[in-house]
Write a protein that binds this ligand. Structure first.
Ligand SMILES: Cc1ncc(COP(=O)(O)O)c(C=O)c1O
Length: 479
């Protein structure tokens, strides 16, 4: 495809005033600032400009294009009405420095969202400040750190399962903790015996454990209550990575499981489209004993007025400018109101869809763990590797069938991992199509692995050397 500069044909796309006006303007602009040379912008009619950018956007893949089963990311379809609401003039044009008095509607929305998230997580206090999941984790870790500092306890270590999402150890480490890894057992869950051993050896130094439940292999940690008892008996806290809330929302919550701090990825479970770096939000919730430490401002209701409370002396302080990504709050609140008790049905469908796919694929692809899964599951491409292909090639080949590749090579504890999260928003027809395509690719590998390994054949950009592209990106355009 040509660049817009190459397409330029000298046609004026827009006409600004007439030459008399421009001559008059010159009078007030000093001669030294008047442009001498051509500005060099492409020149095309308006419709050609539109067609150019439409053609470019058609090269993108999004959930409106097709299925996006990216495990751990919950790339579900989000109702467009929530976009409309987030774009309402009163929300978009409200300046964050406007007084509380003049922002009552927006503050009420934030307050109500905090209250809804308290119900959904079972936590006692919520701060909407953090900008994404990892940011919520980091804020949660600072809260845990401050809690122990206040108590005069020198606990410098955080336990993280070997299956954890990479942001967990990274956030704990950024907050100044040392990471201690706990092993997974044969069933893909936290190995209780290993945890007991760690607590016995290093108990007095352990501040917390970070877990997600369901965990990153899509399995519910059945011993979570035993884990929370072990941790609390040791004087430690439990952090819940809420990225997988889509699997449990309305059925259980982090508080019931014994967690003390959690974050929620509003951009996964609660209706903000993400990927491509769009804004997210990672509000955090805490149990009562940690409420004084959460980031400010917290939105409070006093005498029927909503206020931003910055006056929390023990707070870890602000972790983001103003109060967070407001547009994301609007979408989340609208989604929660729209769904009401049906949030539970979304959970059911997410889990049902994942189990349906898993059962249909397991005759051809090896399962990492042959258990009932939650909202996602992990298969491995070991068998296909022996036949001359690999997980990476299977993922790329899916693009030829207009399906976004699943998450691959994560979690690290599974060889040749392919992590599939269909979400609740896919129809049975789409799920069946995914199954057909995956089975077809397995067959193609048997017949002609070279063809599969050369995929994608139809994408605008064919196979790239991913290591080279990441390490030495060449972003310069040459004809
Ligand atoms: C399990 C898990 N935890 C944490 C995160 C981090 O969330 P974010 O990308 O919003 O920082 C993710 C993101 O994919 C995740 O899947």
């Amino acid at each position: 495809m040509k660049t817009i500069f190459e397409k330029s044909n000298g046609v004026n796309g827009v006409c600004i005033g007439n030459s008399d006006d421009i001559d008059n303007l010159k009078i007030s602009i000093s001669e030294e600032f008047i442009r001498k040379d051509n500005i060099g912008l492409p020149q095309l009619s308006e419709v050609e400009v539109m067609r150019h950018y439409k053609e470019l956007s058609d090269k993108n893949f999004c959930v409106e294009t097709g299925m996006y089963p990216l495990g751990s990311c919950t790339m579900k379809y989000n109702p467009k009405v929530n976009e409309m609401l987030a774009g309402l003039e009163g929300f978009v044009n409200l300046h964050p420095l406007q007084s509380d008095e003049d922002s009552q509607g927006a503050l009420e929305l934030m307050y109500n969202l905090q209250e809804s998230l308290k119900v959904l997580t079972g936590m006692n206090s919520v701060s909407l400040q953090p900008a994404a999941g990892a940011h919520g984790e980091f804020s949660g870790m600072l809260i845990i750190k401050k809690y122990f500092e206040k108590r005069g306890e020198n606990r410098k270590k955080v336990i993280v399962p070997d299956s954890a999402h990479g942001t967990n150890p990274a956030s704990a480490s950024m907050a100044g903790f040392e990471i201690v890894q706990v092993k997974s057992n044969e069933q893909g869950q936290v190995d209780i015996e290993d945890l007991k051993k760690l607590l016995k050896e290093q108990g007095s130094e352990i501040a917390a454990i970070m877990m997600t439940n369901p965990n990153t292999v899509g399995l519910f940690e059945e011993k979570v209550l035993e884990i929370s008892k072990l941790m609390h008996d040791n004087g430690s806290l439990l952090y819940y990575d809420g990225a997988n809330l889509n699997a449990i929302m309305g059925y259980t919550n982090p508080a019931i499981m014994g967690f003390d701090v959690c974050h929620i990825n509003l951009h996964k479970t609660f209706s903000t489209p993400h990927g491509g770096g769009g804004p997210g939000a990672g509000p955090i919730g805490v149990v009562d004993k940690l409420k004084d430490f959460i980031p400010t401002p917290v939105i409070e209701k006093k005498n029927d007025k909503y206020i931003r409370n910055y006056n929390m002396p023990d707070s870890i302080g602000k972790v983001r400018s103003f109060y967070g990504n407001f547009g994301v709050f609007v979408r989340a609140y609208a989604y929660i109101l729209m769904m009401g008790k049906s949030l539970k049905h979304a959970t059911e469908d997410a889990v049902l869809n994942a189990n349906y796919l898993k059962e249909k694929l397991k005759s051809v692809y090896d399962l990492a763990f042959d258990e009932k899964c939650m909202h996602e599951f992990v298969i491995c491409g070991e068998k296909q590797k022996e036949e001359g292909s690999s997980t990476l090639h299977i993922a790329k080949r899916l693009m030829d069938y207009k399906i976004h590749p699943p998450t691959v090579y994560f979690p690290l504890i599974v060889h040749e991992a392919i992590m599939v999260e269909p979400t609740e928003t896919e129809s049975k027809e789409r799920l069946d199509n995914f199954i057909d395509v995956m089975l077809k690719i397995a067959d193609e590998i048997k017949q002609n692995p070279e063809m599969v390994n050369a995929a994608p054949h139809t994408a605008p950009i064919k196979k790239v050397d991913e290591t080279l592209a990441a390490r030495k990106p060449d972003l310069k355009y040459t004809k």
